[in-house]
Design a protein around this ligand. Sequence first.
Ligand code: C2E
Ligand code: MG
Ligand code: MG
Length: 402
Amino acid sequence: MTNNSAIKILILDDEPFMHKLLARMLATLGYTSVATCDNGHIALEMIDSPDNSPNLILLDINMPEMDGLEFVRHLVERHYLGSLILVSGEDERMQQAAEKLAMAHKITVLGHLHKPASAQGLAELIGKWAAPSQNQPRAERKVYGADELRAAIANGELVNYYQPKVRTATGHVMGVETLVRWHHPQDGMVFPDQFIGVAEVHGLIDDLTWVVLTNALIQARLWQDAGLTLMVAVNLSVDNLNSLDFSDLVAGLAALAGVPPQMMELEVTETRLMEDLRTPLEILARLRLKRFRLSIDDFGTGNSSLAQLRDLPFDELKIDQSFVHGACGNDKLLAMFDSSLGLARQLEMEVVAEGVEDQADWDFVRQRGCDIAQGYFVARPMPAADLPAWIQSWQRVFAASI
Ligand code: C2E
Ligand code: MG
Ligand code: MG
């Protein structure tokens, strides 16, 4: 049990009214070490002084001078080890985007509260607070800004890698998933969890998606011409699904590349799909009508019900890697895996197991009758040029193992 007075809390908000409201709630809950501040610069000075540095910051996202997102970047630069609770009047999607961005930079976010916050909600989130462990230093991760990413997109620094997907029954390489990497001129290879959130929050995700999609379509056509029949999957962000002409644009791009929609698959993560989304669902339905395949990604990380899933026009369900790797030796993972598989079967979707990392995972997904496997055991994501040779060696190894 944490001693409430031991947590140093900072309320960072430009509205004095919120200082009073939150401070009163905190006092009622027994938190006595509480400071307030109305702009990011002063807050950073407090963080830099060892005596005043807070363990927990209640952060307003929308502030006039330095907004909450910029403030988070400064925290990352300082390797801040404390926790955040985001408090704002922004809508749920904006809050989730901000939370995702902060977490992508490995800052602990206990959750977000809508203004005006309730005492109960606040108590629940602070209840999750734990002192940072001293013997687990965080990996250093650079934070990229919007301008740098914008320039990278314009300069062609984003490169597609492709990870094979194979049928577990036959070993047949049925397709690939496109995974974007940033070939940074100084930092080398940068992975998507370090910049997709930045793109979403700063309105760059459409530009990013067009680059990835265009390159994937050009590559799909090259494979097609070389006689390789591969289903090519591309990840979409729900933030791409805001304008109703999206499906026409995608169809136009595919037609231009000469790739039939049946050979393209669009993945959207489960958690974001369960927001109240009318426009995105209409766009997905239109894409489905045009015969693109739709895939629900990271399944199991959200909490969709059968009824919600039934109304979505998906062809494929990808069980999240956290329920695949090691599932054969863990009853809880096994239960999650089996119920996801059962759900997909009822809805007649194809099932992909993500994160098949070792022989035990591979044997497990085959024995469970999961259709398709993807993961390091099969192959890591690779540049397009490496794929034909990999397919040949995989076929040899697979044939020999049967
Ligand atoms: P995802 O779509 O679920 O992709 C699978 C991720 O798991 C990839 O990480 C892949 O490299 C990794 N992975 C594959 N096999 C294994 C395994 O056996 N074990 C483990 N531990 N990991 C494995 P990556 O490439 O870093 O991508 C991370 C996420 O970034 C993706 O998750 C996807 O949500 C997002 N992303 C990637 N490219 C794009 C893109 O072009 N657009 C958008 N919007 N998101 C993208
Ligand atoms: Mg994916
Ligand atoms: Mg996934």
